[in-house]
Write a protein that binds this ligand. Sequence first.
Ligand SMILES: C[S@@+](CC[C@H](N)C(=O)[O-])C[C@H]1O[C@@H](n2cnc3c(N)ncnc32)[C@H](O)[C@@H]1O
Length: 321
Amino acid sequence: MSPRLDLALQSGLSLSQPLTVLGPTLASDLSALPRETQMVQPFKPFHDHFANQGFAVVPEADDPCQDAIVILPRAKALARSMVHQACARASGVVVVDGAKTDGVDSLLKDIRKRVAVEGPISKAHGKIFWFQSDRQAFADWAAPEHQTADGFQTAPGVFSADGIDPASALLLAALPAKLGACVADLGAGWGYLSAGLLQTPGLKALHLVEADHTALNCAQTNVADPRAQFHWADAVTWRASEPIDTVVMNPPFHTGRSAEPELGQGFIRSAAKNLTRNGSLWMVANRHLPYEAALTDAFSHVEEVTGDNRFKVFHASRPRR
Ligand SMILES: C[S@@+](CC[C@H](N)C(=O)[O-])C[C@H]1O[C@@H](n2cnc3c(N)ncnc32)[C@H](O)[C@@H]1O
């Protein structure tokens, strides 16, 4: 059991069903909670982790519950919207559990200005505290119904929520005029690259593969086109239902705080597996990330086509079988 939750339960916190946990991650050991507990997790790999443990997991939910636990994310706007959501749904207690590095101290300070807080308990570089659910007190923390940036729909906590990512813009500008009939965007986010890909002549099918359900919802608004197919999936294991001519991607390099280049390397292998024999991969990456070996392992031809001191754009072709 998570050490902070364990301590809170020993210190008088009592939780009743229906209980909802918002945003549990792989770092949250919640295995001691009853399996009827609902986990709300929009990120597919984490979602599947809790589903495999036997919990009822959903990517989003707004049905009422008795008590709610918020596992604090790093993005402040998302953290606030989760506290609002917990209060909108729970009629009993709302618990907040977070790491110092994710801003739990400043959130606690802000919450204390609005409601009476119990706890807080400090443990394992973080804090846990709880309060009686109060819908009115956090009404202004609701996620905006229509959040836009650079003319696109985004949402709190999604990648590049405040506007177009410069690396993705560099990649889009570097693409050739034609990419073939069937194209995939791995880690499509809210759909910036895909919206550009739809302009390429001859494109008949575009697969947007994205693990974050919230981002994919935004993409469905930003990429409203009958040729687009949306897949809520882990791009590392996703397999297309048809041969793909070109994969375009700006792969993620972390799910937690530190860099995980093996994630992008998994995307590269997945791209190679999904492509036709003459297929191409176009990808952008932060310059310091070590992707060259994974690229030359998976493709016969690899070239850095452009870049600057921050980013590099690769074209890789002829996937090795
Ligand atoms: C660097 S962002 C690029 C987003 C978008 N293509 C753009 O250019 O704005 C990487 C995206 O990959 C998504 N992601 C992370 N892990 C993933 C996984 N295992 N499978 C699919 N998508 C994933 C993230 O949610 C994020 O939206």
